[in-house]
Design a protein around this ligand. Structure first.
Ligand SMILES: Cc1cc2nc3c(=O)[nH]c(=O)nc-3n(C[C@H](O)[C@H](O)[C@H](O)COP(=O)(O)O)c2cc1C
Length: 359
């Protein structure tokens, strides 16, 4: 039975399907609950939320489902130093024409960029989701021990075999092995992301040979064929991100969702311009106009703050040309706009694809 895997058993879910966490405001409690209620594992990408909001989100999800779900953070054991005043002023000058175009007043710089990761972790431990998933590193032993003590399962993300080995040694409950087809950030943490661009087809079997921990394949999976391929390669579940971001329940703005169903969906590229970290998304104007200035990009999270100001206003004005439109290479395969319909289709079609293979 395709549903009978180490992941479904360990995580208490009916189907080996994980809705990939969608950070930066793209997750919603409704999406997470829709997937978990349909027998998958819904995940909330909480990287941009302060601790109090993480607690609110967990309560919102629990009001909609009593099934397991994951909360996802970006591991951040030591931020890069704050860029100096001159660099920040230059970046502000660089963004000023875009701010003017959207009618935004020049913003005051915040005292610090990004969220306090340790406080976010405290919030996750306090709300005790069934699963804490993470990317961009491995939480400290102390945090992993606290998770085990509270029966919180953990999922780490690897973009290389070495990262998978490191997560295996740390004793996580499952490892997402993410191929470079995936939408969103390359969550690499042992090497620069530019050096971690293995495709899913090559990555999964190598990770399967290297680690004992169950694997969740991610990157380029948007339908039942992808799930069957992931299982055949040695994964015990498939993680799907972009196809769930395309659903009405997601927090993706309409301009983002609509472009996922357009011809532009076939044109995804890796770029650091929106956050200062390498991510796959659909090509648009800001990405193109900033492409020549990659040497001047600020590190995450400072770069994210500058584009975040643009994002808020651009979304209010229904514009997709100045916001990050994260999406993976399988985007043109997406057909569904409702999470329950997508889950139902995956659950219906996966055994059919398997049956065709064994005929
Ligand atoms: C809009 C968007 C935001 C994402 N944010 C996160 C995140 O915050 N944390 C994370 O672990 N993965 C994140 N991902 C990756 C997904 O969870 C998933 O692994 C990936 O989308 C799978 O590849 P696919 O896009 O081909 O389905 C994001 C992906 C997208 C498209």
């Amino acid at each position: 039975m395709w549903t009978d895997t180490e992941i479904t058993k360990r995580f208490g879910i009916a189907y080996p399907i994980v809705q990939g966490p969608l950070g930066g405001g793209i997750s919603s409690a409704t999406l997470v609950a829709a997937v978990s209620n349909a027998g998958g594992l819904g995940s909330y990408g909480a990287n941009n939320l302060p601790p109090a909001q993480i607690k609110e989100v967990a309560a919102d999800i629990r009001a909609l489902t009593n099934k397991p779900f994951a909360i996802n953070l970006w591991v951040d054991e030591g931020k890069p130093p704050r860029p100096n005043r001159q660099v920040l002023a230059a970046t502000l000058a660089w963004f000023a024409p875009y701010y003017r175009e959207l009618g935004i007043e020049e913003p005051d710089l915040p005292a610090s960029f990004g969220q306090d990761y340790n406080a976010q972790v405290e919030a996750v431990l306090a709300v005790k989701p069934r699963v804490f998933s993470f990317v961009f590193g491995i939480p400290s032993n102390e945090v992993l021990r606290a998770c085990r003590a509270q029966s919180i399962l953990t999922i780490g993300t690897a973009t290389t075999v070495d990262e998978a080995r490191a997560l295996d040694e740390a004793g996580v409950s499952a490892i997402v092995a993410s191929g470079f087809e995936a939408g969103g950030h390359r969550g690499s943490f042992l090497q620069p992301p530019e050096d971690c661009l293995m495709g899913t087809l090559a990555l999964i079997p190598q990770v399967a040979e290297a680690v004992k921990t169950p694997i969740i394949a991610a990157g380029g999976i948007a339908d039942a064929r992808g799930i069957v391929a992931a299982l055949a390669l040695g994964a015990q579940a498939a993680q799907i991100g972009t196809a769930f971001a395309a659903c009405e329940e997601s927090g993706a703005p309409a301009a983002h969702r609509d472009k996922l169903f357009s011809d532009g969906a076939k044109d995804t590229v890796l770029s650091s311009v929106f956050s200062g970290r390498l991510a796959r998304g659909m090509r648009n104007r800001l990405m193109e106009e900033m492409a020549s200035r990659t040497a001047e990009l600020l590190p995450y999270p400072a770069q994210s703050w500058f584009t975040g100001i643009l994002r808020k206003a651009a979304i209010e004005q229904g514009r997709g040309d100045l916001i990050s439109l994260q999406a993976g290479q399988a985007t043109p395969l997406i057909r569904h706009r409702k999470a329950a319909a997508l889950m139902a289709e995956l659950v219906r079609q996966t055994p059919r694809v398997l049956a065709r293979l064994s005929r």
